[in-house]
Design a binder for this molecule. Structure first.
Ligand SMILES: NC(=O)C1=CN([C@@H]2O[C@H](COP(=O)(O)OP(=O)(O)OC[C@H]3O[C@@H](n4cnc5c(N)ncnc54)[C@H](OP(=O)(O)O)[C@@H]3O)[C@@H](O)[C@H]2O)C=CC1
Ligand SMILES: O=C1OC[C@@H](O)[C@H](O)[C@H]1O
Length: 347
């Protein structure tokens, strides 16, 4: 373990898909890691699930297995990683914060902006670090793209971003308790995958912090949105045309950013770290391709950033600050207001 880097001890709550990806990824030895990551504790609804999770995804180590509450109360845990369904994020965050733990909570950070505000107020009062795990914002590809678009302005003024994310999930065929089907768990394509289209749209259009004008339409099946189409418009005329669906797997996902001098196409799956983007400048015969390598899936980029922020005493990330989580959720709130998707606990 490198002594010149911060060391952070994680408590992971939930043993589902994302928790398994996160645990495996931060355990990968990386020469360029910015932090040492220790998985200190696993919290689960079932001891057996926790034990199996540890054996499978944290092999050779012996994290403490317990309930969520035991993870929150564990003095050897610095930060709690929350990988539960959307509907539980607010309470899980509040419980962790109450025990003085830092928090990294999966996207979507909460069901709506009001819930997120409640969590950030609690974090500010307790003086702990909290961040939404919108890992996309930490990809080296995304950082490179933002620099190319907004610092070097290689394609001129960005005018439009098109982003679509489709995942084929046969929602009616899923079991009743699935987080993708049950509105009480925060189900719906918008919070699950539409949030990626929105993220690429906001990042592609620039660093605006204001709320855009929003026009949205959703298609609901049994109260769950299976398709969402959103147009965000900013005062200078920039527009994001941002869609998501669980009807079909759209061809490897898609993101195209158009400027006054050319366009950028992001190639690959926009929810996992894409491998490349291509810059098509007006008048050029061939696009210029920028390629990015990674090991594992790439969750360690956000985890490293969190560890570095905490070691520096910061309470928020500059890359995914509280105000941005609230802005994203406020946009999603408005999309659902226009589109009709409601969660039962919202009344
Ligand atoms: N960043 C990314 O790429 C991804 C992010 N996500 C996000 O991660 C979160 C979880 O998604 P995912 O891992 O796919 O979900 P899963 O359904 O695979 O896992 C959720 C886990 O939460 C726990 N849980 C607690 N209460 C319930 C309940 N009532 N019903 C179901 N599970 C419960 C369970 O763990 P236990 O029983 O051990 O307590 C369960 O295994 C979501 O916010 C999602 O948007 C998901 C996939 C990818
Ligand atoms: O964040 C996500 O990305 C990958 C998808 O499989 C998953 O449903 C979603 O939560």
């Amino acid at each position: 373990m490198a002594a010149d880097k911060p060391t952070i001890r994680w408590g992971i709550i939930a043993t589902g898909l994302i928790a398994s990806w996160f645990a495996a990824d931060i355990s990968i030895p990386r020469p360029d890691a910015k932090a040492n990551h220790i998985i200190q504790a696993i919290g689960s609804s079932s001891y057996d699930k926790g034990k199996k999770f540890a054996e499978t995804h944290v092999p050779g180590k012996s994290p403490t297995i317990g309930t969520y509450e035991e993870v929150f109360a564990n003095p050897e845990v610095d930060i709690v990683y929350i990988g539960t369904p959307h509907a539980f994020h607010k309470q899980n965050c509040l419980d962790a914060i109450k025990h003085g733990k830092h928090v990294l909570c999966e996207k979507a950070f909460a069901l709506n902006a009001a819930e997120a505000r409640e969590v950030f107020e609690a974090a500010a009062e307790k003086g702990v670090f909290v961040m939404e795990a919108m890992w996309t914002r930490f990809f080296p590809l995304v950082k490179s793209l933002q620099h190319l678009l907004h610092t070097d302005k290689v394609i001129g003024e960005v005018k439009r971003v098109f982003c679509d994310f489709g995942l084929q999930q046969d929602i009616p065929a899923l079991p009743a308790g699935s987080r993708l089907k049950d509105p009480a768990l925060g189900a719906g394509s918008l919070l699950d995958i539409g949030i990626y289209s929105l993220t690429w749209g906001l990042l592609g259009l620039g660093q605006q912090t204001e709320m855009p004008k929003i026009v949205a339409s959703q298609h609901l099946v049994d109260g769950v949105d299976v398709a969402s189409a959103v147009i965000v418009s900013f005062p200078q005329g920039q527009q994001g045309i941002l869609t998501s669906t669980t009807f079909a797997k759209t061809p490897r996902s898609f993101c195209r950013i158009e400027g006054t001098k050319g366009a950028v196409v992001v190639e690959g799956f926009v929810a996992s770290a894409p491998a490349s983007y291509a810059v098509h400048l007006d008048g050029d015969e061939e696009p210029k391709k920028y390629e990015f390598e990674r090991i594992g899936k790439g969750f360690y980029w956000e985890a490293d950033a969190v560890a570095v922020d905490i070691a520096a005493g910061r309470k928020q990330s500059e890359v995914m600050p509280w105000a941005e989580t609230i802005r994203v959720l406020s946009i999603l709130d408005e999309v659902r207001r226009q589109g009709g998707a409601r969660f039962p606990m919202e009344g």
